[in-house]
Design a protein around this ligand. Sequence first.
Ligand code: F6P
Length: 328
Amino acid sequence: MKGPIRKIGVITSGGDAPGMNAALRAVARACTYYKVECIGFYRGYQGMIEGDSVELSARSVRNIISKGGTILKSARSKEFRTVEGRRKAHENLIKEGIDALVLIGGDGTFRGGVAFSKEFDMPFIGIPGTIDNDIAGTASTIGYDTALNTVVDSIDKIRDTASSHNRLFFVEVMGRDAGFIALNAGVGAGAEEILIPEEDLGVDRLLQTLQKSKRSGKLSSIVVVSEGDKTGKNVFELADYVTEKLPQYDARVSVLGHMQRGGSPSCFDRVLASRMGVNAVEFLLDGKSNVMVGLIEGKIITTDIEQAIKNTHDINRELLRITDILSV
Ligand code: F6P
């Protein structure tokens, strides 16, 4: 049985997300509050392997709550996937006197934590930080709300030019294998059609929707396509296929890409990150480990980390239903 926790290590790992800095700030400030030292490792697990660390005092995280990205940088460490890499990381943690870890990232980050905890006695708590929102055990991951607002703002801008030129736009958004960004931002931006991996409606259904839109007098349309969409055509091939079948459409493509990962975090994400960061430290000090903090029905709760990795949460099919109605 380990003694009291006196020093907590923290990393940001995987695809970065707006709000990660707010979470780091909360972890560092909660450590100061509870008289525990806080050590950040740069570039996720790679910084642990290389011993690339920095002390995070209450003052060293000043003025970062509003900053996108992560002051600790982020990475996906191939070396940490090896036993040797994890051994090196553990050696450095012991050298630094680290008693516990806070891991801020997505499911890949948490898989690394589970592998590590099977080999070494090092308690850890996961904080879900990814724009994809594809983690069970929380209604919202840090960065998701900001990404939604970035996408809605981008589509609003695209709609201006689509209307000016009577064009059809295909807008590809991130989300990896999940359609949360596409579905929620698509509804928020009034898209005529939304293609997501969870519901492969097929290209013919898309053609029917677009023909219906034309018949109803729509001169321009927006189709939001999740990057993990399962139609079997990438967004450029989709645009070509539709204009071949429906020559009355003048189609263009916009791939929003990595801008969805940047920007100043929304208030929602700052508050979510602050709550998760403080609670992660408190749960560690209360002796919890191998859990992820999550927001469920407005409360910060914990979920077994392997459940959080294994399960997914359902897409809100009601949003798909109302998309049909709202694009009449
Ligand atoms: O997981 C976050 C994410 O932005 C995904 O939505 C996207 O598919 C992936 O990361 C992109 O990875 P990278 O930043 O390595 O290009």
